[in-house]
Design a protein around this ligand. Structure first.
Ligand code: FES
Length: 347
């Protein structure tokens, strides 16, 4: 057994809200959740009814004692578990079978200070926030927060491009004329501005790597994948990780130097990029799908993480289907950079 005093358990609810609880190796996930005042679904608390059944997406645990009516061997083999019985052996990510409201919890709100703005190019800006209560703003790499845009009454969703281990939170924004955050960042923002953000949210996050990973980014969809790479850089070399990054024009290409640095620090990591504009000087012109053949998909024995605008996500899904490949794991996030939105779509 690990000598760690406690593990971090991420509870992902059906509405995309994630809450984190600390769980000791000798207490059940249900006990730890209730201590944190998060009422995950429970009935018998004895491994008999199956009410608490959840899907463990990442991590190791002792499943505890239960009867077949609550959890079959087949379900257990597919990663289902019973929080009222299970005790952690590593950090865990669980998908909980209820909304956050039903569990009497919800998204947390944080005040933050604008700490930096970096104009990568005419089309792309990065900004950095210093959250007041950062130690309580835990997130999984790939997740997003909702940011109240100062002076607008609008909220926009952005994925962190920084890893969970870094104090400052970074975000990538595609500049859109008339866009709420575009207008704020390019016209009014001042270092030191106070903002409010809510989260973390989203099911697009890095799972434990048990097979090769293929990361596919369209435009600022690179952001959550950068966060994942930062997390991977903290681990020993393992499975191959390949990133394919597609943009519309040369000015949209950002963070190539960061990707080069990851190629040096993340064991097994390689990347390539392409630009749709035929006038580009990039080595590859065209769409990401042009770089995707069966070998690139490891003939399906890969976990695919795909983030980009809806047409790109749909084109990639259709392309993978046309190759006759079904990836072992497929996770995607669509965002709509040109359309104001207050919903759960993230950039
Ligand atoms: Fe009944 Fe967990 S609450 S099996």
């Amino acid at each position: 057994m690990s000598s760690r005093m406690s593990f971090q358990v991420a509870l992902n609810f059906e509405d995309g809200i994630t809450r984190f609880v600390e769980c000791r190796p000798d207490e059940t996930v249900a006990e730890a959740s209730y201590k944190a005042r998060i009422n995950i679904p429970l009935d018998c608390r004895d491994g008999a009814c199956g009410t608490c059944k959840s899907l463990c997406e990442s991590g190791r645990y002792d499943g505890g004692d239960y009867i077949d009516e609550a959890l079959t061997d087949d379900e257990a083999a597919r990663g289902y578990c019973l929080p009222c019985q299970m005790t952690p052996r590593s950090d865990l990510v669980l998908r909980i079978n209820s909304s956050s409201a039903a569990a009497k919890t919800g998204p947390a709100t944080f005040a933050a200070t604008l700490a930096g703005i970096r104009r990568h190019s005419p089309s792309t800006v990065e900004f950095t926030l210093d959250a007041d209560d950062r130690e309580n703003l835990e997130f999984l790499p790939g997740q997003y927060v909702n940011i109240a845009v100062p002076g607008t009454g609008h909220t926009r969703s952005y994925s962190m491009s920084s890893g969970p281990g870094r104090r400052l939170l970074s975000f990538l924004v595609r500049i859109v004329p008339g866009g709420a955050i575009s207008g704020y960042l390019t016209e009014r923002a001042r270092i030191g501005d106070r903002l409010e953000l809510t989260g973390p949210m989203g099911c697009f996050y890095l799972r434990e790597l048990t097979r090769p990973a293929l990361l596919l980014a369209g435009g600022t969809g690179l952001a959550p994948l950068l966060s994942m790479l930062e997390q991977l850089a903290r681990r020993p070399a393992g499975q191959p990780v390949r990133l394919l990054y597609g943009v519309t024009s040369d000015q949209d290409l950002v963070h190539l130097d960061t990707l080069e640095a990851f190629a040096d620090t993340v064991g097994g990591f390689t990347f390539d990029h392409c630009v749709a504009d035929p006038a580009s000087t990039a080595r590859n012109t065209g769409f990401v799908t042009g770089l995707l053949d069966r070998p690139a998909l490891y003939d399906g024995d890969a976990d695919v993480y795909l983030c980009g605008p809806p047409p790109m996500v749909e084109a990639v899904r259709a392309h993978i289907g046309s190759l006759g490949v079904t990836p072992a794991g497929f996770h995607y996030e669509k965002f709509t950079p040109a359309v104001p939105h207050d919903t759960a779509e993230a950039a």
